[in-house]
Structures are given as structure tokens and as C-alpha cells.
Design a protein. Structure first.
Lengths: 337, 220
């Protein structure tokens, strides 16, 4: 009976959602953002990644949508007003589905700005025919009428075998990838990393090289006010196993990177007006022969923005390859789009 | 660095000569065991001008041993377990960074987690009879314990440096002292380009601490 009532409620919702999609890139149905296709999702992602918090608030109001980001902002406002232990535990109970408290700092369960903006409080967005729910580092997809399969799914333990249920697809979209073959092909975020594990002896001689791309905003002030500069950092570093128990540590080694290119939304300022701009860059190869613990290329992208709150944009595309002396000429490759 | 080496060599040779001239060398050849506790401030010393030294609190406790080499000279060592506590990060996740390149890793490592270590200094202490002050200088070895789930540039690494200090011995079995340590080991070294300008950054540890030692057998 329960199932029947649920179906009676849910089926018309999805029918009406599909109808709304006819002429739009995205529509909003029962507070779930719905994309006509993956291209429309990418198009909306580009649009959103250039918006300030204020613009996003207005955009949500116009579409009667309440995103995960909005709920998180409300929680952050509420958090600073809390004075007692009781209020604190009530707060954590109220928002346990969207954040955790770690070392006195609130940490969202979804930490990529783009996804925070397109999913609802449940972490769900819809693409044509599929419901997608963000859980930890994974996106779980089911067909529109199979919401029940993901409704109560709260976590996925990467140390255990991923749940295998018919019709449920699970994709890792963020976090470190320790795949032995070193290739990381994934959705882009503000932090993308890959590593290559050179397994010499399963102990003392083992080496690992990492290559990563990070997008962030650097804050500074002067007499005019607050400046925020989007930047991109590409890093290569190595670790090795050593000691009686073969534990991992950083070490000095020869590090190199090559074929680094990325595109990302940043800002260009013309006549004092900042407008979002797509920036694409290629970085010259670095075949340095000296030993360091980290080799990096850190560069400003686009213009600084004055007195405007902006957040780091996710990469739209990123390709980078890195190696170290100890990994037998292999390269860790990060590739996202 | 050259001056420091000359100073250390000179001091050690002076102390050895003084020790050999002491009358009571053989008769005072005692071993004393001590309990030890210290609280200190640890910072990163960078080869480039940094916006912060990323200071953190350090605590140590352990057991020491001291062997008299004469009336005024002692050879001291100890085994200490310590913790370098994490500090509040300047660069907070999801917000604009206030510490830029190439110092972001220093902020991250000093704020990401507590780092535990074992430490063994070996110093020669020169004791003045009046006032009851002692000066010491020597080498300090510490080893940051492994943590395979969070490997950073301190994890599972050795750190060797020079330690020097002052001790006041006017409280019977209790001694208080202050130490300063300067690392020789370059723990973090990054290079590359920042906005098309090449850079190279080397970072060492340093710390200052206040120390309390309690002798388990009374000194005469």
C-alpha cells in the first residue's frame, strides 16, 4: 500500500518534469534541477561557475529553486549565532544530512561549488531520464522512476565493495585516485589529482608520483579595498616507502611535468566592469634536473576582482602529466573534462 | 652557517680541554637519570621571505640521562616523545586564500593535523658554580612518526639540527632551562615558476622551548 501511494505521488512528478524540459536547458521540478542533456548540464555549469553568491541567490529565487548551496549558507549563518552546547547539538542534528563538524570547522558533505549549486538538499539533480545523487566522492544514478533505490542511500564505503543493485550506476567523481595505472579521467572540480604507483618490491623500493591541479582564489587588500585573484596551481611531488615498516614519506627527487593545459572560468575587467571569461592556458614543459620535494607552476588566471565575493571555479578541462626519477619513466596523468 | 660551525667547533674543543683538566674526572664520573617536560614554540624558517613563520605549540616529555665528565662538564641526552600541535589555518577551505604561493604547503602542513615525533638530543653542558647556571650545546635528532593516510613533508622524516640552551640549577633536584633549536635538514624544498618568475624555496624547522627536568637521584 505504501509503495502504491509513493508511486501515485512520484510518477506524475516526473511526467510533469519531462514536459517542462521542452524548450529549456534546465528546468526545476519539485526542487530538483533537471537538465535536458549532458550538453545542457555543461552549459549551465559554465554559466553558474561565473556567478557570484548574490547572483546565484537571485537565479534560484527566479526559478523557485533551493539549492544545497543555499541551505549550506543558511546553516553557516545559523552556526555563528550558536552559544550553548544544546543549540550546537540541535544544529548538528538539523543539518546532519549536509555537513559535519571537524575540528570546530563546518565541512559540507559536498564540497565542490558547482555541484553545491545544482543539487538540492538531498544532493540530487536530474538529467534526461536519470536521477543522480551525490554521496561522498560518488554519483549514484538510477532511472527517474527508481528513486526508491537511492532514497535511503547515505554513504558508500570505498573500502568495501560498492553496492551492486540492478539499475544503479556508481561513478567516482572526486577525491584521490590511487589507481595503479595512473590515469585519472573524471569530472573536473577545483582539485584534481592523479598518482602513479611504481611497485618495485611491495616495500622499501616503492615510489609514487603525484600530479595535481588546484584552482583557488588569493585574497589581498590595498587602499581601494579587497582584491580576489583566481589562480591555478599545478604540482608534481613524490613519495617513497622507507624504514623497517615501509611507511610512506615525502622525499627529494627529480620531478618533471609536461603537456599541461587547462581551461577555466575566470574574470576579465574592462572599463571597471568584471565579466566572467573562459581562460585556456598551456604551460611549458618543465624538465628540471635538480632535486626538490615539490615542483610547481602557480599562475594567476584572468584579472583580479575588486570588492566582489567570488569563489574558486572548477576546471572545465585539465590535462597534466608528471613524473619523478624513481618511477621508471612512467607518468601520472590527470585528465578531466 | 660557516660562523656557526666555527663557533660550535671552538666551544666543543674548549669544553673537552676543560673537562680533561678537571681533578675529579674519574671520581665524579656519575650517571644521573632525569624526567623531562617542555613546552615550546615551533616555526618554519624559509629561505624566502614568508608572510608568516606558521608558529605552532610543541610539547615534549621523556626521560634523560646525564654523565658527569668533571666538576663543570656533563654529557647529556634524553629520549622524548613530542607533539607538534596543529594551528588554525590561514587558508580555509572554500574561502579565498590569504597565504599565496609558494607558502601554501607550509600553512597546510602546520594546520592539517598534529605531528608526533621522537627526539634524541646529545649536548655537552658547561656548569658555572655561581650562579647555578649551565650552558649547553649539541646536536638534536628527531623523527616524525609515520602516518600513511596523510603523508606530508614532515611524515616519516628525520630532522637533524643544532640545539643550544641555558639551565638554572638552583632548585635542588629540579632544573629549569630554555633551549633554541635550528634545523640543518631541509625538510621542504619546492621550485618552479610563480607567474612566470622562477623560484626556489627551502624550509627548515626551528623551535624555542622552556624545559623542566627533575633528577631521579640527587646531584651532589
Amino acid at each position: 500500500m505504501k509503495k502504491f501511494i509513493f508511486l501515485i505521488i512520484i510518477i506524475p512528478l516526473f511526467i510533469s518534469c519531462d514536459e517542462q524540459l521542452a524548450n529549456q536547458e534546465a528546468s526545476f521540478c519539485q526542487n530538483t534541477m533537471t537538465f535536458k542533456s549532458i550538453n545542457h548540464l555543461n552549459s549551465i555549469a559554465d554559466k553558474i561557475s561565473g556567478m557570484s553568491d548574490f547572483e546565484l541567490d537571485n537565479w534560484e529565487k527566479e526559478n523557485s529553486f533551493v539549492s544545497y548551496r543555499s541551505v549550506l549558507r543558511e546553516a553557516e549563518k545559523e552556526w555563528i549565532t550558536i552559544t550553548t552546547q544544546k543549540e550546537r547539538s540541535d544544529f548538528l542534528k538539523k543539518y546532519e544530512d549536509i555537513l559535519t563538524l571537524t575540528d570546530s570547522t563546518l565541512k559540507p558533505l559536498i564540497d565542490i561549488g558547482l555541484y553545491q549549486s545544482i543539487v538540492n538538499r538531498e544532493g540530487i539533480y536530474q538529467t534526461n531520464g536519470s536521477l543522480n545523487k551525490l554521496i561522498g566522492d560518488f554519483i549514484v544514478s538510477v532511472k527517474n522512476d527508481e528513486y526508491k533505490k537511492i532514497e535511503n542511500l547515505k554513504s558508500i564505503d570505498i573500502n568495501e565493495q560498492l553496492p551492486k543493485t540492478a539499475g544503479v550506476k556508481i561513478i567516482k567523481y572526486t577525491g584521490d585516485d590511487f589507481n595503479i595505472n595512473s590515469r585519472t579521467k573524471s569530472a573536473c572540480s577545483t582539485f584534481v589529482q592523479a598518482s602513479y604507483f611504481d611497485n618495485h618490491s611491495q616495500c622499501k623500493d616503492d615510489r609514487r608520483v603525484y600530479v595535481l591541479g588546484k584552482s583557488y582564489i588569493l585574497f589581498s587588500t590595498n587602499f581601494e579595498g579587497d582584491w580576489r585573484q583566481p589562480r591555478v596551481d599545478i604540482e608534481v611531488y613524490g613519495t617513497k616507502r622507507s624504514g623497517v615498516f615501509c611507511n610512506w614519506s615525502g622525499y627529494w627527487t627529480v620531478l618533471q611535468y609536461r603537456n599541461v593545459s587547462y581551461s577555466i572560468m575566470a574574470w576579465s575587467v574592462q572599463n571597471g566592469i568584471a565579466t566572467p571569461t573562459l581562460i585556456s592556458k598551456s604551460i611549458p614543459d618543465n624538465f628540471n634536473e635538480n632535486e626538490y620535494t615539490v615542483l610547481k607552476n602557480d599562475i594567476a588566471v584572468g584579472s583580479s576582482v575588486l570588492n566582489q565575493s567570488i569563489s574558486a571555479s572548477a576546471f572545465i578541462t585539465l590535462h597534466a602529466e608528471g613524473t619523478s626519477r624513481g618511477v621508471s619513466g612512467n607518468w601520472a596523468v590527470v585528465d578531466c573534462r | 652557517m660557516k660562523h656557526l660551525t666555527i663557533l660550535v667547533a671552538f666551544l666543543l674543543s674548549t669544553l673537552i680541554v676543560l673537562g680533561q683538566s678537571e681533578k675529579g674526572y674519574l671520581s665524579n664520573n656519575k650517571i644521573i637519570y632525569t624526567g623531562f617536560f617542555s613546552v615550546g614554540r615551533s616555526t618554519f624558517k624559509s629561505s624566502l621571505s614568508a608572510p608568516s613563520a606558521f608558529p605552532t605549540l610543541e610539547l615534549r616529555m621523556g626521560a634523560g640521562i646525564s654523565k658527569s665528565l668533571g666538576e663543570i662538564i656533563e654529557l647529556r641526552s634524553r629520549l622524548a616523545f613530542g607533539v607538534k600541535f596543529k594551528r588554525e589555518a590561514y587558508n580555509k577551505p572554500g574561502q579565498s586564500y590569504v597565504i599565496g604561493p609558494p607558502f601554501m604547503e607550509l600553512d597546510e602542513v602546520s594546520s592539517s593535523r598534529n605531528h608526533y615525533f621522537l627526539e634524541i638530543p646529545l649536548v655537552i653542558q658547561f656548569n658555572l658554580p655561581h650562579p647555578k647556571l649551565g650552558f649547553n650545546i649539541g646536536a638534536n635528532y628527531r623523527f616524525f612518526l609515520p602516518n600513511n593516510s596523510d603523508v606530508d613533508f614532515l611524515t616519516n622524516r628525520s630532522d637533524l639540527g643544532i640545539i643550544t640552551g641555558l639551565t638554572y640549577r638552583g632548585f635542588g633536584r629540579l632544573e629549569i632551562g630554555m633551549d633554541y633549536y635550528f634545523g640543518i635538514t631541509k625538510l621542504y624544498s619546492s621550485a618552479g615558476t610563480i607567474d612566470t618568475t622562477e623560484f626556489e624555496l627551502n624550509t627548515r624547522n626551528q623551535f624555542a622551548q622552556i624545559r623542566i627536568e627533575y633528577a631521579l637521584r640527587k646531584k651532589k
